[in-house]
Design a protein around this ligand. Structure first.
Ligand code: FAD
Length: 348
């Protein structure tokens, strides 16, 4: 399998943070940059107006927070909270944190709005196709294998219960396997933003994998800029540049995280209805939303839906969406009216 996620931020995440983040640093500005690894990818924080003397303690606090999210949400760790839920074969409600309740609730909401195409119970299929902790298959999975994995999925089998003493997660299918990979980076990005707020920092750009959130201004007292990369697996060329205005952004794409099997390109985005990797012309979906968590959920759902249904849903739900489609040897793009409000002229 191509381990493309290793090359964030300039390859895997489809975003290049620009302006004060990378470009201005080389111009010698005073942005403070913290970075590290988490969740099989990279995290990065750029801060304006924060003294260098705080770097070490902020770096440590950010890494600790992300490590704790990883211990809760990772299906790559057998002893994480979500893995223990997946291993549990009963149907009694299991206590979960408010964070986990928020993620699952948002996932169920977007799942319902996308007619089940964004489905966090798709884990058995993700693993069957080799995009989870399980190894990449040596041959295309058989229809019987796909059917068996599909039988273990379905959002209707999962629910969040809110009680006065706390939140609980319940399943009514013993083999249900919840995979939060599509939501984890967005959640962690929002979590980093909350940490910055708690630290009294108001000018920041935070990112985990392909999710980004900004607030305030960069070190040049200008809006943070986030670039959406062109959909190729080699170039780092810019497709569009946005000013997030305090929002979160996330991109899901089918052209960077894939492998070739039996002469076919196998994408990591799985259509829960067919049980197979998506095949259509939509190569990336970028969403801007109030939180990075929400953006991270919608982008995957739109990717599964494909170009026509994704456009219709974006318009129906008033979502800020930027889609890139394959057109012959090149690409074409489409954006919803809500997305246009965030676009910056590229020469800026
Ligand atoms: P997104 O488009 O945001 O999500 C796609 C992913 O969601 C797929 O890879 C699949 O897992 C899942 N998915 C596929 N189809 C659907 C669907 N229809 N509905 C819902 N979900 C779907 N990777 C490692 O290699 N090693 C690690 O140790 C590791 N640890 C992780 C820990 C955590 C807590 C999380 C959240 C992820 C971890 N990952 C790890 C995964 C990795 O970092 C990325 O999250 C993953 O590769 C996909 O992220 P993306 O932004 O590229 O894709």
């Amino acid at each position: 399998m191509k381990k493309n996620w290793l090359y964030f931020p300039v390859v895997a995440a489809f975003f290049m943070v620009s302006g004060c983040d990378q470009h201005n640093q080389s111009a010698g500005d005073s942005a403070l940059v913290l970075e590290g690894r988490t969740m099989g990818t990279f995290w990065r924080i750029s801060l304006a107006g924060v003294d260098e003397s705080r770097k070490e303690s902020l770096q440590k606090a950010a890494q600790q927070l992300l490590d704790s999210d990883d211990r809760e949400l990772s299906t790559w760790k057998d002893d994480s909270v979500i893995s223990r839920f997946n291993q549990y074969r009963g149907s009694e409600p299991q206590p979960i944190s408010d964070n986990m309740a928020d993620i699952v609730t948002m996932s169920l909401r977007i799942g319902q709005k996308t007619a089940g195409k964004m489905d966090i119970t798709v884990g058995p299929l993700v693993n069957l196709w080799g995009f989870g902790p399980a190894k990449q298959p040596l041959a295309t999975p058989s229809q019987a294998q796909i059917d068996a994995a599909r039988a273990l999925t379905g959002l209707q089998h999962l629910r969040v219960i809110q009680r006065s003493e706390g939140a609980y997660l319940q399943k009514d299918l013993p083999g249900l396997y919840v995979d939060l990979s599509t939501m984890g980076e967005g959640f962690a990005t929002d979590h980093l933003a909350r940490l910055m707020e708690k630290e009294g920092i108001n000018n920041y750009l935070v990112s985990v994998g392909g999710a980004v959130l900004t607030r305030g201004k960069n070190a040049e007292d200008k809006p943070w800029k986030v670039a959406i990369q062109k959909p190729t697996d080699k170039e780092n060329a810019v497709q569009a540049v946005v000013d997030l205005q305090g929002h979160g952004i996330s991109t899901s794409g089918s052209y960077r995280n894939y492998y070739e099997l039996d002469g076919k390109r196998i994408s990591h985005i799985i259509d829960p209805t067919t049980g197979r990797p998506i095949q259509h012309k939509l190569v990336s979906a970028t969403v801007i939303a109030t939180t990075a968590l929400e953006a991270d959920g919608w982008d995957t759902g739109l990717m599964v839906l494909g170009e026509e249904q994704a456009k219709a849903l974006a318009l129906r739900e008033n979502l800020a969406v930027y889609l890139i489609e394959k057109q012959g040897d090149g690409f074409s793009s489409w954006m919803s009216p809500q997305f246009k409000a965030f676009i910056l002229p590229q020469q800026e």
